[in-house]
Design a binder for this molecule. Structure first.
Ligand code: IVH
Length: 727
C-alpha cells in the first residue's frame, strides 16, 4: 500500500470501528463479534504507530491518552448547568402543574399576534389553549440517573471538551477521562435528511443542524454513570484482589471521572446518557422529545425508556411503573425528571435560583431511612436454623412500610454491634428484602440492650446449638419448624379463626420471610409486608390483610381451641369457654381470660365434666408458661377482642347433653355446620366412639367408627335422619 492508500485504509478503519461503537453502545445492537472488532482496532493501532501523521483526534485509538494530568483545568459553562427542584408526591406534581399553567396564563397575552411563528407551532397552540382558558400541557419524562452531570462540547463535530458540573457555572475539564467512555462519540454522527425529517424537523432546521455538525458548536448535557453490572463485576474483582470495594455505582463513577490518569478511568467502563442539548434554541426545536431523539441521531446514547406523556395522569403512571421496576434498569435511578415538552414555553417559564420552572425531579421513595429497633425475636427455618428477626418501629422505605427485618445471625448482629433500642439505617432497594445496613451509635442513650444468643430454642424450648465452624444457630428438635407451621395453620384454620386465604401454604411463606413467628404476628401484617410475597399482588395482599383484620373479634371457644393447648380439642375448648363465662360474665378483654385461667386450681379443672387429670394438667401448665403468657399479652396488644361465647341452648330437646360422633362425608352440610348445629342445640361432639356416645352420624364412606358403634351398640343415624333431628 502506498501512503495514500494507507491514509484511506486508516479512515475506513476509523469509520467502521465507530459504526460498530454506535451500534453497540448507543443502539444496543451487535453486527460483528467483539473479537472481530478488536482485530479491526489492532490493525488501526499498528498502522497509526507506523504512520503517526495520519492519526486524527477522533480516531478510536485516541480514547485513552496515556498522559496523566497534574490537575484539572477550570471550564466555564455557557449556558450554566442547572439543578432541578424536587417533588415527592402526586400532590406536589399537581401543584407544580397548576403553578406552571398560572404563569403561562399570565405571561402569554391572549391577543398574541403570532408573527413569525406558524399557526401550528406549539407556541401558537399554547396561546390558543390560553384563549380557551384551559391550557393542556404535555410532558417528556426521563429517568433521573444517579450519576454525575457532564457537559460535552463539540466543535465542528469534534469532541473538544468535557467538563463536570462543578457549581453549575464553573466545572473541571475531564475531557481525557470522558474520552474513555465508549458511549461518547469522539465525532458527532451526521444524520441523514430522512432521519431528521422522521423526527419532525423542517428544512430550515435540517439545514441549520447539518451545518452545525460540521461548522459550528453543539453542547450536550447528560450523565456519566457506572452500570450496575459493571459495578458488581468490579467489586467482585476488587474483592479477589483484596482491594478496597466501591461503595456504590455513583462513587465508582465519581472516582473514575476524578482520576488524573485516564488509564485507570478506562478500566472503570463508564456509560454516558444524554438528557439535553444546551444550545437547542439555535435549532428552534419544537419539543424536548425532538431534542433527545436528535441526540441519538448524533451518535449519543439516550435511555429508550424515556416517554412522551400527554397528561399528568400519564406522568404519574410512568412514575409508579418505574418506582416499582427500577431494579430492571441497567443503572441506578432515583426518580423521574418531568419536563414540559413544548420548548417554546421554557423561556416563558424561566428559571428561579438554580433551577428551571419547566422541569421537576419527581423523586422515588427513599431506599434508605432510619428507624428504631424495638425488639428481636427468633424464627425457625425449615432446616431447624434459628434466625433473629428485628422488630422495627414501622417505617416507609422504598415505597413500602417495613416493620420486620431479618438480622441473619449472631455474627451479623455482632458485626453491626446492633442493640435493642438502637437507631438504625434500613435499606430496601427494589423488591429486595429490607436489611439493616448500619447502626448509629452516637444516637444511643445508654438504655440499649444487647441481643443475646439463646441457649434454648425460643420456639419449642429444646436446646439450641451452634455447630463448630457454622454461623447459624440450630434448634436440636428436628420437628421444630414443622411444629411451628402446624401451630400457626391450626390458628388460622376453619375451626379456629377461620381466616380466609390464610391456609398452610401462605402461612409457610409468611414464616419463611420472617413476617410471622407466632399467631399474634398475623395481626400486625400490612399490605406492604404481603405484596412482595410470591403469588401476591396489590389486590390479593389487600384481601388477606382485610380477612385477618375482620377476624380480630374472636369467639372465646374458638380462641381457646386456636391456642393449640395439648389435649384441648374443639369440645374441650367449648366446655372451658362455658365454664369461664360462669366465672365472669362479661369477658371482652383477653387479660381477663388470662387472669381467670391463672386463678383456676387444677382440681377445679378436673371437676369440669369430660376433663380428666391429664387434660387438666395440660391446661393448667399452658397458662403458667411465660412464653404463652407473653403471647396472650401480644394478642391483646395487637387488637384481639374476645366476644362472649354464645352458651348452648338449654331447652329440652333431643340434643341436650347428648354426645355425637360424626363419621364419613355428609352430603348436604359441612362437618363444621353440623357440629355448630349440635352445639347450638346443647349437644356435644366427640371424636371417638365410646360407651358414652349417644349418636353416631354416618355419612358417605364411614370409617372404623361405624364398626365401633356396632360393637358398643351405639345408635347410628344417617344424614337424612340427622337433618330431621336438627331442623
Ligand atoms: S435535566 C434543567 N435530566 O439531576 C436541569 N437532569 O438536579 C438539567 N439528572 O445535575 C438537568 N438525570 O445530573 C436532567 N434525565 C435527567 C437527569 C438529570 C439525572 C441530574 C443531573 C443534574 C441533576 C439536577
Amino acid at each position: 500500500m502506498d501512503k495514500k492508500e494507507i491514509k484511506k485504509r486508516i479512515k475506513k478503519l476509523c469509520d467502521e470501528i465507530n459504526h460498530h461503537r454506535y451500534l453497540y453502545h448507543v443502539l444496543d445492537r451487535e453486527e460483528i463479534s467483539e473479537g472481530a472488532l478488536d482485530s479491526l482496532k489492532n490493525e488501526l493501532f499498528k498502522l497509526e504507530q507506523e504512520y503517526p501523521e495520519f492519526i486524527t483526534p477522533d480516531s478510536p485509538t485516541q480514547r485513552v491518552e496515556g498522559r496523566p494530568l497534574e490537575k484539572f483545568e477550570k471550564v466555564t459553562h455557557d449556558p450554566p448547568m442547572l439543578s432541578l427542584f424536587d417533588a415527592f408526591s402526586e400532590q406536589d406534581m399537581a401543584d407544580w402543574e397548576s403553578r406552571t399553567k398560572k404563569i403561562i396564563n399570565s405571561k402569554i397575552p391572549t391577543s398574541l399576534k403570532l408573527r413569525g411563528t406558524s399557526a401550528n407551532s406549539h407556541f401558537a397552540k399554547a396561546a390558543r389553549g390560553r384563549q380557551k382558558s384551559k391550557i393542556a400541557l404535555d410532558y417528556y419524562c426521563e429517568l433521573k440517573f444517579d450519576g454525575l452531570a457532564m457537559s460535552l462540547r463539540y466543535e465542528n463535530g469534534l469532541f473538544v471538551r468535557g467538563a463536570t458540573r462543578g457549581d453549575g457555572k464553573v466545572g473541571e475539564d475531564v475531557t481525557n477521562n470522558l474520552k474513555t467512555i465508549e458511549s461518547i462519540p469522539l465525532r458527532l454522527r451526521k444524520p441523514n435528511e430522512a432521519e431528521l425529517k422522521k423526527i419532525g424537523l423542517d428544512s430550515w432546521q435540517i439545514n441549520q443542524l447539518l451545518n452545525a455538525v460540521e461548522n459550528s458548536e453543539i453542547v450536550i448535557r447528560g450523565e456519566a454513570l457506572m452500570a450496575k453490572k459493571v459495578f458488581n463485576g468490579l467489586n467482585e474483582k476488587y474483592k479477589k484482589e483484596g482491594k478496597k470495594l466501591l461503595a456504590n455505582p455513583r462513587n465508582g463513577a465519581a472516582g473514575s471521572i476524578r482520576q488524573l490518569n485516564p488509564k485507570i478511568a478506562a478500566e472503570r467502563k463508564l456509560d454516558f446518557y444524554v438528557y439535553g442539548i444546551a444550545n437547542a434554541t439555535d435549532f428552534r426545536f419544537k419539543t424536548h422529545e425532538q431534542e433527545i431523539k436528535l441526540a441519538e441521531l448524533f451518535g449519543l446514547k439516550i435511555l429508550r425508556d424515556n416517554k412522551y406523556c400527554e397528561s399528568m395522569d400519564e406522568v404519574n403512571r410512568f412514575h409508579a411503573h418505574w418506582e416499582k421496576n427500577r431494579e430492571k434498569l441497567p443503572m441506578e435511578v432515583d426518580g423521574v425528571v418531568v419536563k414540559v415538552n413544548n420548548l417554546a414555553l421554557w423561556p416563558v417559564l424561566g428559571i428561579v435560583g438554580k433551577g428551571p420552572r419547566y422541569a421537576m425531579a419527581y423523586k422515588f421513595a427513599a431506599e434508605q431511612v432510619t428507624t428504631m429497633l424495638k425488639s428481636a425475636v427468633w424464627q425457625i427455618g425449615r432446616t431447624g436454623i434459628l434466625t433473629p428477626i428485628g422488630i422495627l418501629e414501622p417505617v416507609r422505605v422504598g415505597g413500602v412500610t417495613v416493620s420486620h427485618v431479618t438480622l441473619h445471625n449472631m455474627d451479623e448482629i455482632e458485626r453491626l454491634d446492633l442493640r435493642i433500642g438502637d437507631t438504625v439505617i434500613i435499606e430496601r432497594a427494589g423488591d429486595v428484602i429490607p436489611k439493616v445496613i448500619q447502626v448509629l451509635p452516637k444516637m444511643r442513650e445508654g438504655k440499649e440492650q444487647k441481643i443475646l444468643s439463646p441457649e434454648n430454642c425460643p420456639i419449642c424450648g429444646s436446646p439450641a446449638e451452634r455447630a463448630p465452624g457454622e454461623v447459624a444457630l440450630r434448634c436440636t428438635n428436628k420437628d421444630c419448624y414443622a411444629v411451628t407451621l402446624r401451630r400457626l395453620s391450626h390458628w388460622t384454620s376453619k375451626a379456629a379463626m377461620n381466616i380466609e386465604g390464610l391456609g398452610p401454604k401462605v402461612v409457610e411463606q409468611l414464616v419463611k420471610e420472617g413476617l410471622v413467628s407466632d399467631a399474634a404476628d398475623f395481626y400486625t401484617l400490612s399490605e406492604d409486608d404481603v405484596k412482595p410475597l410470591e403469588r401476591f399482588a396489590d389486590k390479593s395482599a389487600e384481601n388477606l390483610v382485610k380477612a385477618i383484620n375482620e377476624k380480630k373479634e374472636v369467639d372465646l371457644a374458638r380462641f381457646i381451641y386456636g391456642l393449640g393447648i395439648r389435649h384441648v380439642g374443639e369440645e374441650t375448648a367449648l366446655l372451658l369457654a362455658e365454664r369461664i363465662t360462669n366465672y365472669k360474665l362479661q369477658i371482652t378483654n383477653l387479660l381477663d381470660v388470662l387472669k381467670i385461667f391463672q386463678s383456676i386450681k387444677i382440681k377445679k379443672l378436673e371437676e369440669i365434666e369430660d376433663i380428666g387429670p391429664i387434660v387438666a394438667k395440660s391446661i393448667y401448665e399452658w397458662f403458667r408458661d411465660v412464653k404463652n403468657v407473653e403471647l396472650l399479652r401480644k394478642f391483646e396488644k395487637n387488637g384481639i377482642i374476645i366476644t362472649q361465647h354464645a352458651t348452648r341452648n338449654m331447652q329440652q330437646n333431643e340434643f341436650k347433653g347428648k354426645t355425637f360422633v360424626l363419621t364419613g362425608t355428609l352430603d348436604g352440610l359441612t362437618r363444621n355446620d353440623a357440629k355448630a348445629k349440635i352445639r347450638e342445640l346443647g349437644g356435644k361432639i366427640s371424636s371417638a366412639v365410646s360407651k358414652n356416645t349417644d349418636f353416631v352420624v354416618a355419612g358417605e364412606n364411614p370409617g372404623s367408627k361405624l364398626d365401633k358403634a356396632g360393637e358398643l351398640r351405639v345408635r347410628v343415624i344417617n344424614e337424612e335422619e340427622f337433618v330431621k333431628l336438627i331442623f
